[in-house]
Design a protein around this ligand. Structure first.
Ligand code: DUC
Ligand code: ZN
Length: 456
């Protein structure tokens, strides 16, 4: 069945224009003024902005971590994503140390298949640099997995500098791209031990053990390793000005570096950790929230093109799960929900406040992640031949973020009370109306999207 979205403003990263969008089945087949087509349903979207479906390239659904499992699995997380305009997530398949990459990939397929509302794809976590895993790397590409993740911290997942270097060399050989969580594990461990010796066990101690300079140290070290390996790399969830300086230095040396940040590093600051009644636990994540000056620097870096993508690091835990760390902040499971609110926050605090153009927002949320992770041109644009993943955004309706109205399986929202400009009126997933004014109409129709090589 054909559809025409009529009279909206189509916003792509490369420009905006008033145009009709003709959809045939799963695909956009034409974007032009005054399209006439017999036998097509005509949907009036005058006054609305049409964005390409957002891509969240950093989620953790159904992840076993810190002796618990994330509150959102692919069913609840997928619904939350779609409701927030995210038509595709790239989640981190994460085999445990000792398990193979192939085992991890099959496990993640089982977690997601038939129960995810949005389309999905997987990055593969390399937390064990074993002969078996090295041999399996080419098979990952054959199965549509072209991006990888490594951790410089977290004992359960981190690998050392030698393994990172060897893995980056393999990325160069095979044409893959790796994203790296950059923090200095050793010094963080020492700072945690010292806090505990001093009897400091509350969430307020969390950011003090993970200062921004230790993120910057790890970013700088990674970028020098990547320089020797001679390969581009992605810094995931970069939080602060100190770390951006390391990126600038690497770029000045001629390196290609991609940077991702998240809404919580743009809009929340470390004063949240000192809130009474253990409220600080809601915001425990790694790296932690930073200073207001870092928030401002990141907004500037988005506008200047120093940061390429905004993802969420959605890793949700209920307050009951967070309570595991009431007597010891290191036992608070780290992470926050965010997959449902990224689009509306970027529009409200970026576009509506004139910090970003709408086109830039589309680039950060959709086009750049699609290119970076090899899903473009199928995803990341409203154009002939692309999947008809479309967010119909009504800029005239204001709202307030509240846990009470969210779909995510969590009993709090880190952005509770934040005012919003505009709302997501409808979301189309591959041509099908999947969300209408917050109601998720199809919640298991997402499919796996195999990806090719980085094209950014
Ligand atoms: N940071 C978190 O806070 N949680 C999940 C993984 C990560 O990098
Ligand atoms: Zn993460």
């Amino acid at each position: 069945m054909k559809k025409i979205l009529k009279g909206g403003c189509v916003v792509n990263a490369c420009g905006s224009r008033y145009a009709d969008v003709l959809i045939d089945g799963e695909k956009v087949v034409r974007v032009a003024e005054d399209i006439v087509c017999e036998n097509a349903d005509v949907i009036d979207v005058r006054g609305k902005l049409l964005f390409p479906g957002f891509i969240d390239a950093h989620t953790h659904f159904d992840l076993d971590v810190s002796n618990t499992t994330t509150a959102d699995d692919f069913y609840t997380g997928g619904r939350a994503a779609l409701r927030g305009g995210t038509t595709m997530v790239i989640d981190f398949a994460c085999p445990n140390k000792g398990e193979s990459l192939q085992y991890g990939l099959e496990l993640w397929h089982k977690k997601a298949s038939g129960k995810t509302a949005c389309d999905y794809s997987f990055h593969m976590t390399i937390d064990d640099w074993s002969e078996e895993n090295i041999a399996q790397l080419p098979r990952m590409f054959e199965q549509g997995v072209s991006s990888f993740k490594m951790y410089m911290t977290y004992p359960a997942m981190m690998i050392g500098d030698e393994a990172i270097f060897r893995a980056l060399q393999k990325m160069r050989e095979l044409g893959g791209i790796a994203g790296v969580h950059c923090e200095n594990a050793g010094v963080i461990d020492a700072l945690i031990a010292q806090k505990k010796e001093a009897g400091e066990f509350s969430p307020a101690a969390h950011p003090q053990c993970r200062p921004s300079i230790l993120e910057a140290e790890a970013v700088g070290r990674l970028l020098k390793i990547a320089q020797v390996a001679d390969v581009p790399v992605v810094i995931v969830h970069l939080t602060c000005e100190d770390a951006l300086r390391e990126v600038q230095a690497a770029r000045a040396r001629g390196q290609k570096v991609y940077v991702e940040t998240c809404p919580h590093y743009l809009l929340l600051d470390d004063s949240r950790y000192s809130r009474p009644n253990f409220e600080g636990a809601k915001y425990v994540c790694a790296p932690p929230l930073r200073k207001k000056s870092d928030n401002a620097r990141l907004w500037d870096a988005l506008a200047q093109g120093e940061i390429q993508t905004v993802a969420t690091d959605h890793c949700s835990f209920t307050l009951k799960q967070k309570d595991a760390g009431r007597e010891d902040f290191t036992k608070i499971p780290g992470g926050m929900p965010g997959v449902e609110t990224r689009g509306v926050l970027l529009y409200s605090y970026g576009v509506a406040e004139n910090k970003l153009s709408a086109e830039k927002m589309v680039d950060l949320l959709s086009t750049a992640p699609a290119k970076l992770y090899g899903a473009f041109p199928r995803k990341g644009q409203i154009a002939e031949g692309a999947d008809a993943d479309i967010v119909v955004y009504d800029p005239s309706v204001n709202g307030v973020i509240s846990a009470e109205t969210q779909a995510a399986n969590v009993d709090y929202n880190p952005f509770e009370g934040f005012g919003t400009v505009g709302e997501i009126a409808q979301v189309y997933l591959r041509g099908v109306l999947a969300v209408d004014h917050g109601a998720v109409l199809h919640d298991r129709d997402g499919v796996f999207i195999p990806r090719g090589k980085c094209a950014l």
